[in-house]
Design a protein around this ligand. Structure first.
Ligand code: MMA
Ligand code: CA
Length: 333
């Protein structure tokens, strides 16, 4: 601006020198103009000076501002450098972060898959657990039932054990009894065989005796005489027949003997000791069937006879009298 002003001023001065004369008037006019112009220029200069001052001030301000801006710029550059470093660092970190994010994303996706699997597994496990719970409950119920059943069986077992013990004892007792029974059976078998042999003998005897009309009753053969003899003769007849006068040992035998309604000698006598009645085999009279007020004959009546009229039908009579008689032949005791 100053340079432009100098140029402009020199040009004005040159024109003025060249045209001094010619242009004196002109210059006068011009001078006037210049004066006016100078005045203007002075004003303008003053104005420019002000402006210059202002400009210098402004320049100073701008310089200060520039310097300030330079500092700021320097600061900004420094800051920029820091920011660049920071940015690069952040870029690295971002890259790392992106990579990490990628990894994390992959890991997340993997974890999602795993999670999904775990979720499915959890669902299965939950169902399985619920199923197992039900089964456990069932099992517990069943176990309770079985425990009760077991206790009941234990009680039953205990009862059976007691029963078994009793049965064992009973069995052992029965075994002993069976052994005894077998022994007894053996004895009975022997006895039966003996009796069979005796029966065979009797049969043969019977065949021999058949014409004399012997009757069988409870282990003995009985024969009633068809003629009459004294007690001693009657007895002798029986003895000749391998028998003896009848001996009455029971009510059945008494009734059997009585039914023939024959007044006859029986094998009863007190000849040996007066008043002591004995059977012909020497045995005493245990069960007697004396008639009313009998025996009453004392030493005059020493032989027994059957009168048949009532159940108590025995009488002591005189041995020398003749009566029918009954023989008995025992075939088993
Ligand atoms: C007969 C005789 C006796 C018997 C009486 C019973 C008369 O004598 O048989 O032995 O005791 O009868 O009346
Ligand atoms: Ca008598």
């Amino acid at each position: 601006m100053q340079a432009a002003l100098n140029i402009s001023l020199r040009l004005a001065l040159f024109n003025m020198a060249k045209n001094v004369t010619e242009e004196r008037d002109e210059l006068r006019r011009i001078n006037s103009d210049i004066e006016a112009s100078c005045k203007n220029l002075t004003e303008e200069r003053d104005d420019l000076k002000r402006k210059l001052n202002d400009s210098v001030s402004q320049q100073n301000s701008l310089t200060e501002e520039r310097d300030e801006l330079r500092r700021i710029n320097s600061d900004i550059e420094a800051s920029c450098k820091n920011l660049t470093e920071e940015r690069d660092d952040l870029k690295r970190k971002l890259t790392n972060s992106i990579n990490m994010a990628k990894n994390v994303t992959e890991e997340r996706d993997e974890l999602r898959r795993i999670n999904s699997d775990i979720e499915a597994s959890r669902k299965n496990l939950t169902e399985e657990r619920d199923d197992l719970k039900r089964k456990l409950n069932d099992s517990v119920s069943q176990q309770n039932s079985l425990t009760e059943e077991r206790d009941e069986l234990r009680r039953i077992n205990s009862d059976i054990e007691a029963s078994r013990k009793n049965l064992t004892e009973e069995r052992d007792d029965l075994k002993r009894k069976l052994n005894d029974s077998v022994s007894q059976q053996n004895s009975l078998t022997e006895e039966r065989d003996k009796l069979n042999r005796a029966i065979q003998g009797c049969r043969m005897e019977l065949e021999k005796l058949s014409p004399a009309r012997w009757m069988y009753f409870r282990g003995s053969f009985y024969h009633i005489s068809s003629d009459q003899k004294t007690w001693q003769e009657s007895r002798r007849d029986c003895q000749q027949k391998d028998a003896d006068l009848v001996i009455i040992n029971s009510k059945e035998e008494q009734d059997f003997t009585r039914q023939f309604q024959k007044y006859m000698w029986i094998g009863l006598t007190d000849l040996q000791t007066e008043g002591t009645w004995k059977w012909v085999d020497g045995t005493p009279v245990t069960k007697s069937y004396w008639g009313p007020k009998e025996p009453n004959g004392g030493s005059g009546e020493n032989c027994g006879e059957m009168k048949f009229d009532s159940e108590n039908s025995w009488n002591d009579g005189s041995c020398s009298l003749s009566h029918f008689w009954m023989c008995e032949k025992k075939v088993r005791p």
